[in-house]
Ligand binder design. Structure first.
Ligand code: GDP
Ligand code: GDP
Length: 434
C-alpha cells in the first residue's frame, strides 16, 4: 500500500512548491477534486521504487486571535486520510503564532507529524533554525523546496518506518479483484448489495478490512472474486463508522489494488468532472476498466439516446472499455457485468510471446515506417512483454526516445487490434539498443 503524506501549513510557506517537487517524478495525476474537497490537491510520486500519495491540504491562516478553525478543520480532515502529516514552516518568516497553534493542534489530536522548515536556501543556518528549536521537536527537517534541496532525503526518512510490503487483504485475495468506485451517490452501495445479494453468488464471511476499503470474497459460477467495496457497505453495521464518507484516497487505493475497476456514473446526472478525474486515475494506474452507467431506469428512449450520445462523445479516449447501462436498484444489466469483468481481466493478464509481439511490430513498421530523425530513420527491431495488468509491451530499437507520440499511439492501436485486447489500457515502452 502506498503511504499517504499530507502537507499542512500557512499560505506561502511553500506547500505547492513542495507538492510539485514530490509529484514530478511521475506524470502526476494532480486532480483538483473541486467541490468535493475544497482547496485540496492529490498527487502521486516515487522516491526510488517507493510510491506514495501526496495531499496538499490547502493553507491555514490566522490572526492574533488564533488560527482560522474551520479552515484548520478542513485541513485536519484531509490529514485524517493520511498516514503522516508534514507541517511546513517558513524559515524566512520565522516561527509564528499560527505555526505554534498548528503544532499543538496536531499534538492534541495525536496526528503523527513531522516538522519541515522550508526556504533555508541562502540563509545562515543559525538564523534559519533558531526559532524553531523552541518547538522541542527533533528532528527538524530542513529543505529548500524551490531548489529541490533536502527534499529527497527528507522524504526517504519520512517513509522509512512504513513497511514496504504490508500484507494486505488484497494479497490474500482469491480471485479477480474488482473495485467498485465512483463519486458519491452514483449507486456504489446499491450495486454492492445487489451483487452480493444475488442468488447465484456465494459470499464468504470474514471480509478483509484494510483501513480503507472492505474486501469481500465471493464466488459465482465457479469463479472467485474479491470485491473491493469503497462504499463500505459491510462495515456500516459498525455504529462508529456509520458516517462513512467518500474519500479520494480510499478510492485511489482501491483502484491501484484492483485488477478490474467498475467505474460507476449516474445516467441522470451525466458525466461530471469528478468522473473524468477518476477515469484519468484508472488509466494512469493502467487498470482494466468497465464503465458502468447506473440508474438506467425511469428514462424514456429519447433520454437514453441523448445520454448515450453525450457519454460516448466524452469517453472517446477510453473506447477500449466496455460500457454497461444498468439499474443497480432494479438489478437490470447487473448480471452482464461479470462477462465484462472477465473479458477485461483476461485481456489484461494474457501471456504475450516475444515472437508474436515482434511479428506484429514488423508488420506495423512495414505498413508505416517510423519517421526520420536527424537524417536517420528510427529503427524498431523487436518487442517483448514487460508485464501484465496492464499489458506492457517493450519495444527495442535505436533513437527510441525520439519516437513521436502519434507513432506510439499508432503502435498501440495495431497491437490492440492484432491481439484483440479489449477492456484494458496497454502501455508501450521503448528501449534504446543501438
Ligand atoms: P503555499 O501557499 O504554501 O503553497 O506556497 P507556494 O509553494 O505557493 O510558495 C510561496 C512562495 O514561496 C513562492 O513564491 C515560492 O516560489 C516561494 N518558495 C517556495 N519554496 C521556496 C524555497 O525553498 N526557497 C525560497 N527562497 N522560496 C521558496
Ligand atoms: P453511493 O454513495 O455511490 O454508495 O450511492 P448509493 O448506493 O447510496 O445510492 C445513492 C442514491 O441513488 C440512493 O438513493 C439509491 O437508492 C439511488 N440509486 C442507486 N442505484 C440506483 C438506480 O439504479 N436507479 C435509481 N433510480 N436510483 C438508484
Amino acid at each position: 500500500m502506498k503511504p499517504v503524506i499530507a502537507l499542512m501549513g500557512r499560505p506561502n510557506v511553500g506547500k505547492s512548491t513542495l507538492f510539485n517537487q514530490l509529484t514530478r517524478s511521475r506524470d502526476a495525476l494532480v486532480a483538483d477534486f473541486s467541490g468535493l474537497t475544497r482547496d485540496r490537491k492529490y498527487g502521486e510520486g516515487k522516491v526510488g521504487e517507493r510510491p506514495y500519495v501526496v495531499i496538499d491540504t490547502g493553507g491555514i491562516t490566522g490572526d492574533e486571535n488564533g488560527i482560522d478553525l474551520p479552515m484548520a478543520q478542513q485541513s485536519m480532515a484531509a490529514a485524517d486520510e493520511a498516514d503522516i502529516v508534514l507541517l511546513i514552516l517558513d524559515a524566512r518568516a520565522g516561527l509564528t503564532g499560527v505555526d505554534q497553534e498548528l503544532v499543538s493542534l496536531l499534538r492534541r489530536q495525536s496526528i503523527p507529524f513531522h516538522v519541515v522548515v522550508n526556504k533555508i536556501d541562502g540563509m545562515n543556518s543559525d538564523t534559519a533554525m533558531g526559532d524553531f528549536y523552541s518547538l522541542g521537536i527533533d528532528p527538524l527537517y530542513r529543505i529548500a523546496a524551490s531548489h529541490n534541496r533536502g527534499v529527497r532525503s527528507m522524504i526517504e526518512e519520512v517513509l522509512a518506518p512504513f513497511p514496504e510490503d504490508e500484507i494486505t487483504a488484497e494479497e490474500q485475495a482469491h480471485g479477480i479483484k474488482v473495485a467498485i468506485v465512483g463519486r458519491p451517490n452514483v449507486g456504489k452501495s446499491t450495486l454492492v448489495n445487489r451483487m452480493l445479494g444475488e442468488e447465484r453468488v456465494v459470499v464468504y464471511d470474514h471480509p478483509g478490512t484494510t483501513r480503507d476499503s472492505v474486501y469481500i470474497d465471493f464466488e459465482r459460477e465457479g469463479e472467485q472474486y474479491t470485491l473491493i467495496d469503497t462504499a463500505g457497505v459491510r462495515r456500516r453495521k459498525n455504529v462508529k463508522e456509520s458516517v462513512e464518507k467518500f474519500s479520494i484516497v480510499k478510492t485511489l487505493k482501491a483502484i491501484d489494488d484492483s485488477n478490474v475497476v467498475l467505474l460507476l456514473m449516474d445516467a441522470h446526472e451525466g458525466i461530471v468532472d469528478q468522473d473524468m478525474h477518476l477515469l484519468g486515475h484508472c488509466i494512469e494506474a493502467g487498470r482494466a476498466l468497465v464503465v458502468v452507467v447506473n440508474k438506467w431506469d425511469g428514462l424514456d428512449d429519447y433520454q437514453k439516446d441523448r445520454i448515450k450520445d453525450s457519454i460516448s462523445r466524452r469517453l472517446k479516449f477510453v473506447e477500449f472499455a466496455q460500457m454497461h447501462f444498468i439499474s443497480a436498484l432494479h438489478g437490470s444489466g447487473v448480471g452482464h457485468l461479470y462477462q465484462a469483468i472477465h473479458t477485461a481481466y483476461l485481456a489484461a493478464t494474457q501471456k504475450l510471446s516475444t515472437n508474436y509481439l515482434t511479428r506484429i511490430l514488423e508488420g506495423a513498421v512495414s505498413d508505416h515506417p517510423p519517421p526520420m530523425v536527424n537524417g536517420r530513420r528510427i529503427k524498431l527491431r523487436y518487442a517483448h512483454a514487460g508485464g501484465q495488468n496492464p499489458p506492457r509491451i517493450v519495444v527495442h530499437g535505436n533513437q527510441t526516445t525520439k519516437v513521436p507520440a502519434s507513432y506510439e499511439r499508432y503502435l498501440e492501436n495495431v497491437y490492440r487490434r492484432e491481439l484483440g485486447i479489449e477492456g484494458t489500457p496497454i502501455k508501450i515502452e521503448f528501449r534504446t539498443t543501438e
